[in-house]
Design a protein around this ligand. Structure first.
Ligand SMILES: [Zn+2]
Ligand SMILES: [Zn+2]
Length: 344
């Protein structure tokens, strides 16, 4: 089958690789349809690693996908051949202490698509996944929307964990796909205002389309001062979606005492820091979000029921053979890209 294979730093090749086969009776053979390029894929492409997860070449990346069911293991009942499905890229073990606690997103033995040491990704024609990772859409959402369900489910989870009070005042720092996924979820709640910051002009436009109350570019204006002028008592919740130290500092500045900082961004630096005095004086709560937990179906339902509109996030489309152009585009934040989508 055709696959896009990472062969070294910033190098990809279209190759012919063996097709996967059904091994367990709970397996499903999928024909991959659409794959979204994620910031984490770009981390692997550009640096060959995320933290301790280091790419061994050759390696197939990609984890945001929709697919069509091609064949079933003998015990599969949730999907049938021909079904369009959203793929949850994480297959937890269901045995470790984290799974037993219902924390499958921090499973010690998780197999995550396109994660070094765990399993190859979905930038290829066919894939075998366990039945539990396949969520049928009944054709009620498009295949592109299906691929967007991965980042959207992270937004669903982050906003759920943020525990917004009624009439919350919220800020989201960073208007990439994850920030925008948080935004559309925040807007399904009873919030008074959602402020957003972003350095790239095209993404500022995306934040407006996603329904932000106010958007500011921290390179051009003092966003802390302006938000505090509008909300002198500070905000209830800040969702950090850009992985920048300066954004974490801004979050501390704009939160009210007792406020919650929810971090979803992945910093390039190995350490982040906080102002101890403010941390203590404001008695802030900081929560880091690891992917998502049980939110894929919720994401599908939000799109299906038209509670969120996420189509505006897809700004670029590529055929599989031009995947590397898509990666270079996303890596360079060029041409107003928010989400680039690959057709397999
Ligand atoms: Zn992703
Ligand atoms: Zn587990």
């Amino acid at each position: 089958m055709k696959a896009i294979v990472l062969t070294s730093l910033r190098q990809m090749a279209l190759m012919d690789v063996p097709e996967p086969t059904i091994e367990k009776k709970t397996d499903v053979l999928l024909k991959i349809e659409k794959v979204g390029i994620c910031g984490s894929d770009v981390h692997y492409y550009e640096t060959g690693r995320i933290g301790e997860q280091i790419v061994e070449y050759p390696f197939i990346i990609g984890h945001e996908c929709s697919a069509t069911v091609k064949a079933l293991g003998s015990s599969v009942t949730h999907v049938k051949v021909g079904d369009e499905v959203v793929v949850d890229p994480a297959a937890p073990c269901h045995n470790c202490d984290q799974c037993v606690r219902g924390r499958e997103n921090t499973c010690h033995n998780v197999r995550f698509l396109g994660a070094p040491g765990q399993g190859g990704g979905c930038l290829c024609a066919y894939l075998v996944m366990p039945e539990e990772c396949c969520f049928p859409t009944n054709g009620e959402i498009t295949l592109e929307q299906g691929a967007l369900c991965e980042p959207l489910s992270i937004g669903v989870y982050a906003v759920k964990e943020a525990q917004l009070p009624e009439g919350a005042k919220v800020a989201i720092l960073g208007a990439g796909p994850i920030g925008l996924s948080c935004l559309v979820n925040v807007n399904t709640k009873n919030v008074r205002a959602c402020y957003m910051t972003e350095k790239i002009d095209a993404r500022i436009e995306g934040a407006r389309k996603g329904g932000a109350t106010w958007v500011g570019n921290p390179n051009k204006r003092d966003v802390v001062k302006e938000i505090l002028r509008l909300q002198p008592l500070g905000l209830d919740v800040v969702l950090e979606c850009c992985g920048q130290q300066e954004a974490l500092d801004q979050a501390f500045d704009i939160l009210r005492p007792g406020g919650h900082l929810v971090i979803i961004g992945t910093p390039r630096a190995e350490r982040i820091s906080f102002d101890v005095d403010m941390f203590k004086r404001k008695e802030l709560t900081v929560r880091y979000i690891r992917r998502q937990n049980h939110c894929v179906q919720l994401a599908i339902d939000l799109i299906k029921n038209r509670q969120v509109n996420i189509d505006f996030m897809i700004t670029h489309r590529f055929e599989l053979e031009h995947t590397q152009d898509g990666f270079d585009l996303v890596a360079g934040y060029r041409d107003g890209v928010i989400k680039a989508m690959i057709s397999v």
